[in-house]
Design a protein around this ligand. Sequence first.
Ligand code: ATP
Length: 429
Amino acid sequence: MAATSVNAEALKESPIPEVVQPQASKQTIDPYNVQGEVGADGVVKAIDYKKLVEEFGTKLIDEELLARFERVTGKKPHRFLRRGIVFSHREFEVILDRYEKGEPFFLYTGRGPSSDAIHIGHTVPFTFTKWLQDVFDVPLVIMLTDDEKYLFSEKRTIEEVMGYCNSNVKDIIAVGFDPAKTFIFSDFEFMGGAFYKNCVRISKHITLNQARAIFGFNESSNIGRIHFGAIQGASSFANSFPFIFGDDEKKTCAIPALIPCAIDQDPYFRMTRDVASRIKFAKPSMIHAKFLDALQGPGTKMSASIDESAIFMKDTPSQIKNKINKYAFSGGKVSQEEHRAQGGRTDVDVSFQYLRFFLEDDDELERIRQEYESGKMLTGELKAICIKELQQYVGEFQELRHKVDDETVKLFMSERPLKWVGNPHAPRV
Ligand code: ATP
């Protein structure tokens, strides 16, 4: 074989082009962009979730499904379900059927470590997942997509994202997951074995054309990005985790996942469901949350990559107060007189929206809504309530976070059998 001369220059990484930002006119929601429609006046409109459900082909969670959930589990729906924050799904009813019959399934969610701390928006899918874990009593896998955060950024190094993993895992554990039922892993560390087999199985069934159509890649996209969907999809299959579900692939590939996440992640799993049908694996079900708005207002999501858009779970009480007072978009009127006469808009007011997500008491939330919309409550008063609620939410989290040490991280991230019961009233299968 002729010796190949290695060109040192060619081995240097060329600059990574970012995913091309779509025209800032129509609503764009995908794993890399979250933006509502931009009107002719340049103002970003709130995200139209009804339209999104139609475009994505998911189903809205309706009263009937919630009633069935309550009947089957005996649990009152979480405030996110009651308030339409967790609002859409793909075949959630399949999971309820399995729970009713005592058939196995598992939960799968994740985080891309893009910063050293998670923000209050990230706690939405995690808090909801923890609640589902308590309700269903099933195993949970949590994927840290450190590879994704490297591939999709021009600046981040592998060391940087892997560094974020450790602190992000501590944040995630502080949400309250049960170590007996939870496995957390970093893609960089876990890749190989059964998991890698599934990555390759999925990638073999996705053409470049499909990846372009689903994710909007172009000729300048690096090939790691094009492949990444196969990695995110592989955790949907129970046979990726033989130490949890056993070695009998014929049985484990029939165990479906329920994936709670915000709706921007849907394209990955729409693709995975399509591949699952073709390779005769169980299709994952999904349950989607809306986004917690950026402090700047509806139409964009709170993002860890944009510091001033977010309240982080490591923020101090005074940082929370300053951020809300300085940045939180107000639905109030320009003058006090006008506000008293006409009232404020709770649908766009960021402080009210944060209370919708985090204030547990339905009656208190309704009282605040009525008083703000009628003009009885002023923006300053609403912000003060929001500040107090978030200081308490973040403060309680920080107390738990202090107790998470490196040993606990090791435990959650070790490959080991998990213990779960499932539905105690179902016939045993
Ligand atoms: P960031 O820019 O903050 O890193 P991200 O979308 O890349 O944002 P991930 O860590 O990849 O964050 O997402 C983990 C989970 O949290 C996903 O289900 C994602 O959809 C969800 N999520 C991210 N931001 C928000 C938000 N503002 N509100 C609700 N869920 C969110």
